[in-house]
Design a protein around this ligand. Structure first.
Ligand SMILES: Cc1ncc(COP(=O)(O)O)c(C=O)c1O
Length: 436
């Protein structure tokens, strides 16, 4: 028995499905156990090395075990410990770093995960507007709290029929009640957008969305649709919450908002903010954020581990590097090169394909046109993609075998052997075309 199988056999005795959280379960025989990581490479417990484009679902922006970040964390914790439940000057310093990169942010509060940041932003929006309803966009993902655990059931939907997909919870244990205040609209659909604001004009607290859907293959809002959403929010007194958990400090120094020139009232950040250390934040307009606090009528926000020194040490170092070096330029160049080589491979194999999103986190869709929304994704050849991905994994290229997860690029990918990658992609697509 190889080491991975032995580890899984043992893990199955102690954790549901043998994993620490659901998304790591790739089956009893295919779940990956990692022995070491460095740069853009992972080595599994059987000693097989992969060039990793999954990057832990996106947080790694520089590379694994980046010495500049790790050293900054060590310095913080050897001086002050991991947390004290009190403030440090680092809190303000990191906020100022974020503000320097994201000019629409006036004030910030910290969190420990994307889920927590979204919870904070939504509560703040409700506290500020005095309204309860929220709307999200089909195909987006905003963390694991009950209200965000509803989706359009595209897996069981017939895209050729006239029946709308059902709205279902992500899984058991999500109370029906948690969707009572939720509407789901479709990306880039102007009609549904107008209808939402007609129906919910006085009750809508916020629209929450990923402008580039990092959980639906980087399918992106058109600038015109995002601007219309911005205008309607302003007109109707609802807040625009842009979830930049995946795009923030990745697709540009100022995130997706810098690309679009459209600014949210509240924004959530996590992932690239700490190069893999668990740190998150939500922030926005001062007038909105000032509703947060322990004053009468204030919005509650807190948490034992908030702004701990591991998190802030990592964020401080990561943001400094992103602000002062050309790391994001390198990522953009490397991502474009990888997209180009994959394009050549698909063309040579006569596969209709389209890339979505920016080079730092691009989606691949086996379909003639870039999908405009999540339902279009369902029309792509997801099965061929899944086979292609598994063939790549077999050959030492790690990625999520689901085309809804983009390819993430980090600074360390500049050392990738591009000719090797093109060769692996060629062999993988040929094998995927052959296999049933
Ligand atoms: C856009 C977006 N928002 C929120 C979350 C939740 O973040 P976390 O897993 O840190 O709770 C994720 C996670 O992938 C995400 O992609």
């Amino acid at each position: 028995m190889n080491q991975q199988s032995a580890l899984m056999t043992e893990a199955l005795k102690h954790m549901p499905q043998g994993v620490a959280e659901n998304y790591r379960y790739w089956g009893d025989t295919k779940t990956v156990f990692i022995k070491s990581a460095k740069g853009c490479e992972l080595t599994d417990s059987d000693g097989k090395t992969y060039v990793d484009f999954r990057l832990g679902y996106g947080p790694i922006i520089l590379g694994y075990r980046d010495q500049r970040v790790d050293q900054a964390v060590i310095e913080q914790i050897t001086r002050r410990g991991t947390l004290s439940g009190f403030s440090t000057e680092l809190d303000t310093e990191v906020v100022c770093q974020i503000k320097a990169l994201c000019p629409n942010i006036d004030k910030i509060r910290f969190a420990n995960s994307g889920t927590e940041a979204i919870m904070g932003a939504v509560r703040t929006a409700r506290g500020f507007t005095g309204r309860d309803r929220i709307a999200i966009v089909e195909g987006g993902f905003h963390g694991l709290h009950d209200e965000m655990m509803w989706k359009s059931d595209l897996e069981n939907w017939d895209p050729t029929g006239l029946v709308e997909p059902g709205i279902v919870p992500f899984g058991a244990g999500v109370p029906q009640r948690s969707r009572e205040l939720l509407d789901i609209i479709r990306l880039n659909d102007f009609e549904l957008l107008e209808q939402l604001f007609v129906a919910r004009s006085d009750t809508l607290a916020a629209v929450v969305l990923e402008p580039i859907i990092g959980n639906a293959g980087s399918i992106a809002a058109t600038p015109a649709w995002l601007q219309r959403l911005r205008d309607l929010c302003s007109q109707h007194g609802a807040l625009l919450i842009l979830d930049e958990v995946k795009t923030g400090f990745r697709v540009a120094k100022g995130g997706a908002q810098a690309l679009y020139g459209v600014h949210a009232d509240l924004t959530t950040y996590a992932k690239a903010l700490g190069n893999g250390y668990p740190v998150a934040a939500f922030g926005g307009r001062a007038e909105v954020m000032d509703v947060v606090g322990s004053h009468a009528g204030g919005v509650v926000h807190g948490g034992t581990y908030t702004a701990n020194l591991v998190a802030l040490g990592a964020a401080h170092a990561t943001l400094k590097i992103l602000a002062q070096t050309d790391a994001l330029y390198t990522i953009d160049q490397v991502g474009s090169r990888i997209r180009d080589l994959l394009g050549r491979v698909f063309l040579a194999a006569s596969i209709e394909h389209a890339f979505a999103g920016p080079a730092a986190m691009f989606g691949i869709h086996f379909t003639p046109q870039v999908p405009a929304n999540y339902r279009d994704w369902r029309m792509s050849d997801t099965e061929l993609y899944r086979r292609f991905a598994w063939e790549l994994i077999e050959r030492g290229v790690m990625l999520e075998p689901d085309s809804r997860e983009p390819w993430f690029i980090c600074e360390a990918h500049q050392s990738v052997d591009f000719a090797w990658l093109e060769d692996m992609a060629t062999r993988s697509i040929q094998a995927a075309q052959r296999s049933p």
